[in-house]
Design a protein around this ligand. Structure first.
Ligand SMILES: [Zn+2]
Length: 70
């Protein structure tokens, strides 16, 4: 148990308004969707980048997440 106490008594986490979180939530959701696309769908007809380099980079993640591969 810690002997450290807050000067004013009880220590509380600051409340963060929802409208302050929304831009970060949108940003991280877009990054997550982009990563999910590259791991799950960047192959064949839906491929943006030609070749198999990107597929090989995310190949283990593809199998880990259960996307069909080979
Ligand atoms: Zn595979």
């Amino acid at each position: 148990m810690s002997d450290i106490t807050a000067p004013g008594g009880e220590l509380r986490a600051p409340a963060i308004p929802l409208h302050d979180i929304v831009p970060y939530a949108i940003f991280f959701a877009l990054i997550a969707i982009l990563l999910l696309y590259f791991v799950g769908a960047e192959e064949g007809a839906t491929s943006i980048f030609p070749g198999m380099t990107l597929h090989e980079w995310v190949h283990d993640g593809r199998h880990l997440l259960g996307f069909p591969c080979h």
